[in-house]
Design a binder for this molecule. Structure first.
Ligand code: NAD
Ligand code: TDX
Length: 351
């Protein structure tokens, strides 16, 4: 039985990765390491929490001593590293938290793996999950991010993720640590914390609150259903070539304002509100500092080399997402009470 460490498994994407691995691979023992920050929520994975091949460990990747002890206790075959501070706006107000978790935390994890695996390094795998934001922003509509695109991170979040990618590659080059990296576009789906565009808009539409669109709403993102990302991670973990990087994306670009309008329309119909009702809530607010214009991934390498393509059309994915939030009001109320209220006020009031 192989034991695999998944970090950040109580978060948005991590919860889908945990569910997929615990369910599909009964011969793996999955250890979920998560610090349960504001973004970590064990309610995301209640359905698998009693599985025999699953263990949850509460812990912080910033604590290197703790990591050494964890690696001494479990004989990990591999690591899938998702734990991170993940929200660009928070990285603008508190950049050091991003350096601490995303840079130092990743360095600690690499060091714990290198030390624990030194006798048979080649028999292990360190999979680092990263973002398309490391490549910077695009202006020309014909341009896409390739695995060979030069890094040009422009926010504290993307700079911290880029640094962590560089550290992972440095451990491969210097110590021969077997690694793979993937850089994915914007995810959406169930369990998405309502600080991010889609769940924030869904939450505000439900509550008939203003819908804060940054700038003119012309920035473009490429959206991928989170279960498709989890499947890509599965494919890359099992079939990816050591030392390689794979881009993951949905080929599904949306201007923010068009996406918000689509959400308004979808939700008006689901909530049996008159057509155009939620659209009136749209409120253009001061732009995000350094707001990247467009991200767009070319995922040809993953398709041709490992056979992965997105499975879900956006209309279906978005309908499933909206239904999930409408059917999980307790989850939504739970994560939007308390500290979220202060966050929301600081981020949006008077903007
Ligand atoms: P998230 O914020 O929803 O979850 C992050 C998880 O990491 C939480 O459960 C949190 O408790 C945990 N965590 C944070 N700091 C920790 C620490 N110091 N020690 C241990 N655990 C800690 O993030 P997400 O959106 O699920 O993103 C997961 C990963 O995927 C991140 O590395 C992110 O950069 C990357 N990514 C995200 C997207 C996206 O669209 N959300 C796209 C591409 C890549
Ligand atoms: O209230 C909002 N209004 C708004 O117009 C919010 C929260 C966002 N936006 C805009 C900013 C972006 O152009 O919507 C777009 C998407 O914003 P986010 O959901 O915050 O995502 P983004 O900044 O694109 O980053 C996401 O994708 C890449 C994730 O948060 C990252 O973790 C991931 O790496």
């Amino acid at each position: 039985m192989k034991t695999i460490l998944i970090t950040g498994g109580a978060g948005f994407i991590g919860s889908h990765v945990i569910r997929r691995f615990v369910t599909n691979f009964p011969n793996y023992h999955i250890v979920n390491l998560d610090a349960l920050t504001y973004a970590g929520n064990l309610r995301n994975i209640t359905d698998i929490e009693n599985s025999l091949n699953y263990t949850f460990v509460k812990g912080d990747i910033v604590d290197v001593q703790f990591l050494h002890e964890l690696f001494a206790h479990y004989d990990f075959y591999g690591v899938i590293h998702l734990a991170a501070e993940s929200h660009v706006d928070r990285s603008i107000s508190d950049p050091l938290a991003f350096v601490t978790t995303n840079v130092i935390g990743t360095a600690n994890l690499l060091e714990a793996a290198r030390k624990a695996w030194q006798k048979n390094l080649g028999d292990h795998l360190f999979y680092h999950v990263s973002t398309d934001e490391v490549y910077g922003e695009l202006h020309n509509p014909d341009e896409f991010f390739l695995e060979t695109t030069k890094y040009d991170p422009r926010s504290p979040y993307s700079a911290s993720k880029a640094s962590s990618d560089h550290l992972v590659r440095a451990y491969h080059n210097t110590y021969k640590l077997p690694i793979v990296i993937s850089n994915c576009s914007n995810n959406y789906g169930p369990n998405h914390f309502p600080e991010k565009l889609i769940p924030l808009m869904i939450h505000n539409i439900i509550n008939e609150k203003p819908l804060p669109v940054y700038g003119k709403g012309e920035n473009i993102r490429d959206w991928l259903f989170v279960e498709d990302h989890a499947r890509a991670i599965d494919v890359i973990f099992h079939k990816g070539v050591i030392g390689e990087t794979y881009n993951i994306g949905g080929h599904n670009e949306w201007k923010n304002i068009d996406l918000v309008l689509l959400l308004c329309k979808t939700m008006d119909s689901k909530l049996k509100r008159p057509n155009g009702h939620s659209e009136k809530l749209i409120h253009y607010v001061t732009d995000r500092a350094g707001h990247d214009l467009r991200y767009a991934i070319d995922a040809t390498k993953l398709k041709t080399e490992l056979g992965w393509v997105p499975s879900l059309q956006f209309a279906e994915g978005l309908a499933r997402t909206v239904d999930w939030y409408l059917n999980n009001t307790e989850w939504l109320n739970n994560v939007t009470s308390g500290a979220y209220q202060n966050y929301y006020q600081e981020m949006y009031e008077g903007r």
